[in-house]
Design a binder for this molecule. Structure first.
Ligand SMILES: Cc1cc2nc3c(=O)[nH]c(=O)nc-3n(C[C@H](O)[C@H](O)[C@H](O)COP(=O)(O)OP(=O)(O)OC[C@H]3O[C@@H](n4cnc5c(N)ncnc54)[C@H](O)[C@@H]3O)c2cc1C
Length: 482
C-alpha cells in the first residue's frame, strides 16, 4: 500500500496551505479533494499580517502581493455613514509584523495560487477524489479514498464546515451562540470604485450591512436578513440591486453569485484524535466580521507543519503534537468570541439589541488580539505567545535571517550556556545576534528571546539562568534531546 508522511483530506485553502507548508519542510504529502475546481461562491476577502508572513516564509511574497490590495482602514458607522468608531491605515503602512495590517483578495484566485505553490513544493494533489473514512492504529492511519487505500503516518482533516471526518471521529462542535442569516455577494465594478477603501459595518437599525473593498475591481456586500425574508427572494438579481441602490446600480458592475449563509460560531471539542488533526472550518467557524475564519485555519496549518516535521525527523517526540490542540483550540475559542461580540456590537450600535458588549470589540476599539496562552510558551512576559515583530532591515524581511526553525535572539551570543546551545543545536536553531535599537523593548540587554518556527515568541528571559530554565522547560515538553 502507498505510504506518505501526511495525508490531507480537503483541498480548500486550509488543506492546501497545510500541504504547501508540510511539503516545503520536506514531508511527503498527499491531499485528497472531492471537487476538481476551487469553490467559487463569495467567501473570504481579508487577510491579516500574520498570515501574509506565513506565506512570505513559504516563498510566496511576490505572488501574494500580485493577488492582494491593502485596505485604508475599518470603521463602524451609523445609518447615515457617520463614523462611530474605527481606525485609518495610511497608504504604504508596514505594520510590526513586516506587512500591511490587512490586505484584500479574491478567495478563488488565492486558492488557485496556493494549489500551484503546493505542487511546486512537492505535494501531491489528488483532485476529484473523495475520502470515505479513516482507520488508525499504533503505526499510522489508513485513508480510504475513491482511488484506493493510502497509508499515512498522520492525517490533517481540513474537510470544511460539514467535516465528515470530524463526525466519523465522534468529535462534537461546541456552539458558541451565534446564528444569523446574511446575504453575501460581490460586485465586479466596471469603473473606479466610488467608495472609500474602508471596511464598513453600517449599524443601520433597519438592516445591518457590511461593505468591504476587495482586490482588483471587486466590492463585497453582506446584508443581514430580517424576519420573513427568504434566501430565494433575497438572492434574485433585481432584489440585490434594489438593496444596494443607494450605492450602485446595474450599470456600475456585474453581480457575482449572491448566496445566503448562516453565520455560525462553533469550535470542536478537540482538534486532535490520535493521529488525526482537525484544521480550518472543520475545527472552528466564526461569523466573518473580523475576517478571521480562514486566517485561523492558516494558523492551524502553520502550527502543525513544523511540529509534524520535527517528529517525522525524529528530533522531537510525539508529545510535541499534544501542543496542537492545547494551543490552537483556546486561540480559536478566543477568536470566535471576539468575532461574535463584534457581530453583536453591530446590532447593539444600531439600537436593535442590548447585548452589553463594550465598544472595544469594534474595529479600532483596542480589544486585545487573541494569543497563545497555553502549550509551548514559557513565562509570563507580556510578549510571550504573540508573534515576534518582523522589522525590515536593509530592505529585507528579518525572518530571512532566522531560517525555518527555532531561533534565539541575543545581543551577545556569549551569554548562551554551552548546554543550552547544544540542546538547541539538535533542532538546528538559529542563533542571531542583534544590536540595539533592533528589538528594543522585547530583547532584554543581557537576555534572550526564544522564537518558534511559526514566529511566535516562546520565551523572553533576562539572563543565562533564565535561558537555561526556559530551554529545559520547553525541551521537556517537546521531547527534545530525549
Ligand atoms: C461570507 C464569508 C466571508 C468570509 N470572510 C473571511 C475573511 O474575510 N477572512 C477570513 O480569513 N475568512 C473569511 N471567511 C471564512 C473562510 O472563507 C473559511 O474559513 C475558509 O474558506 C475555510 O477553508 P477550509 O479549507 O477550512 O474549508 P473549505 O474551503 O470548506 O474546504 C473544505 C474542502 O474539503 C472538501 N471535502 C470535504 N469532505 C471531503 C471528503 N470526504 N473527501 C475529499 N474532500 C472533501 C470539500 O470539497 C472542500 O473543498 C468568510 C466566510 C464567509 C462565508
Amino acid at each position: 500500500m502507498n505510504s506518505v508522511d501526511v495525508a490531507i483530506i480537503g483541498g480548500g485553502p486550509v488543506g492546501v496551505a497545510a500541504a504547501l507548508l508540510l511539503a516545503d519542510r520536506g514531508c511527503s504529502v498527499r491531499l485528497f479533494e472531492r471537487a476538481t475546481g476551487v469553490y467559487d461562491l463569495p467567501r473570504a476577502v481579508g487577510m491579516d499580517a500574520e498570515i501574509q508572513r506565513v506565506f512570505q516564509n513559504a516563498g510566496l511574497v511576490d505572488r501574494l502581493r500580485s493577488l492582494t490590495t491593502p485596505i485604508d482602514g475599518a470603521e463602524f458607522v451609523d445609518a447615515e455613514g457617520t463614523r462611530i468608531v474605527g481606525g485609518d491605515i495610511a497608504p504604504g503602512t508596514v505594520g510590526p509584523l513586516g506587512h500591511h495590517p490587512t490586505v484584500m483578495y479574491h478567495q478563488p484566485w488565492l486558492e488557485a495560487m496556493l494549489r500551484d505553490a503546493a505542487v511546486m513544493a512537492g505535494a501531491e494533489l489528488h483532485l476529484g477524489v473523495e475520502v470515505f473514512g479513516v482507520g488508525q492504529d499504533d503505526d499510522g492511519v489508513t485513508v480510504e479514498t475513491g482511488d484506493g487505500d493510502v497509508r499515512a503516518r498522520w492525517v490533517v482533516a481540513a474537510d470544511g464546515a460539514g467535516s465528515p471526518i470530524r463526525k466519523a471521529l465522534g468529535v462534537a462542535f461546541i456552539d458558541q451562540g451565534f446564528d444569523q442569516d446574511w446575504l453575501v455577494f460581490d460586485v465586479a465594478l466596471n469603473g473606479p470604485d466610488p467608495m472609500p477603501r474602508l471596511a464598513q459595518q453600517i449599524c443601520d437599525p433597519a438592516r445591518p450591512v457590511t461593505v468591504v473593498p476587495g482586490h482588483a475591481n471587486f466590492r463585497r456586500w453582506e446584508l443581514q436578513l430580517q424576519p420573513g425574508e427568504s434566501a430565494e427572494e433575497m438572492t434574485k438579481p433585481d432584489r440585490v440591486w434594489e438593496l444596494i441602490g443607494r450605492w450602485l446600480g446595474p450599470d456600475d458592475g456585474e453581480l457575482s453569485r449572491a448566496v445566503v449563509y448562516r453565520f455560525h460560531a462553533t469550535v470542536a471539542e478537540r482538534m486532535r484524535v490520535g493521529r488525526v488533526f482537525l484544521a480550518g472550518d472543520a475545527a472552528h467557524q466564526m461569523p466573518p466580521f473580523l475576517g478571521q475564519g480562514l486566517c485561523s485555519g492558516i494558523r492551524d496549518a502553520a502550527n502543525l507543519a513544523w511540529k509534524l516535521d520535527l517528529v517525522r525527523r525524529g528530533l522531537a517526540s510525539e508529545r510535541l503534537l499534544d501542543s496542537y490542540d492545547e494551543e490552537r483550540r483556546p486561540h480559536a475559542v478566543d477568536m470566535v468570541a471576539h468575532a461574535v461580540e463584534t457581530g453583536r456590537l453591530i446590532d447593539q450600535l444600531a439600537g436593535r439589541i442590548d447585548s452589553g458588549v463594550g465598544i472595544e470589540a469594534a474595529y479600532g476599539g483596542g480589544r486585545e488580539f487573541p494569543y497563545l496562552r497555553h502549550g509551548l510558551v514559557h513565562g509570563d512576559h507580556p510578549r510571550v505567545g504573540k508573534q515576534m515583530p518582523q522589522p525590515i532591515v536593509d530592505g529585507r524581511f528579518f525572518d530571512d535571517r532566522l531560517g525555518h526553525g527555532f531561533a534565539l535572539l541575543v545581543r551577545d551570543r556569549s551569554m548562551i550556556p554551552e548546554t543550552v546551545e547544544r540542546l538547541w543545536s539538535t533542532v538546528d536553531a538559529a542563533i542571531v545576534e542583534v544590536a540595539p535599537p533592533l528589538f528594543d523593548g522585547l530583547l532584554p540587554p543581557r537576555g534572550a528571546v526564544i522564537v518558534r518556527p511559526d514566529r511566535y515568541v516562546a520565551a523572553v528571559v533576562d539572563d543565562a539562568d533564565g535561558l537555561t530554565s526556559a530551554t529545559e522547560a520547553l525541551a521537556a515538553r517537546m521531547g527534545l534531546g530525549a
